[in-house]
Design a protein around this ligand. Sequence first.
Ligand code: ZN
Ligand code: ZN
Length: 209
Amino acid sequence: MITEEKIERPFPDASILLHPNIPKPLHLLNPRTILGVDWWNINRQIAYAKHDYHCYTCGIEKREALYHHWLEAHEMYDINYYTGEVTFIELVALCYCCHNFIHDGRMRNLIRQGKFLMSDYDFIIKRGDKILKVAGFPTKKENYIKIAKENEINYYKHCEWKDWHLVINNINYGQRFKSYEEWNTYFNKADNEPFPPDFIPELDDIGSK
Ligand SMILES: [Zn+2]
Ligand SMILES: [Zn+2]
């Protein structure tokens, strides 16, 4: 089961939008695949209900949300760029726009594959940056530059590919991809999208599928 939550976030919490990208060695390795579909379904339902079906980031109620009237569960991590340790913290419930804003790399990948509109990408990035600014945070790009400076540009600088590992409930897991070449080969195939299961919406909103 999920551990007791260590973080008490304000609600809404715009800073969730600044959640960093998952380092490449750990792509496709995540609690929902490791802990299984039952764990995922139970705990994401708990996350959706926690703030009465409102997005944790922008505060919108799911029936008012843009594009899709549902919430999606996002896995939050603490990333240590010096040791390569990536620790699962909690699941948060996000609307479609806020979730896609976080996974901007995935959106760009889908645009390349012809599966996502550039105009939607632009709208989602502008919307997220505005939420950040209003809440007193840097934009996504400003924050990226800040992190890059703090970590001397390349987050692979401080540890090797093999050092990256995922920690869930105090248990260590290795990498999904053993090298950059392996990662690159996988994601260059048109049908392989990063993080697809993360985007499964709430079951009762889409019927049986
Ligand atoms: Zn939202
Ligand atoms: Zn996510």
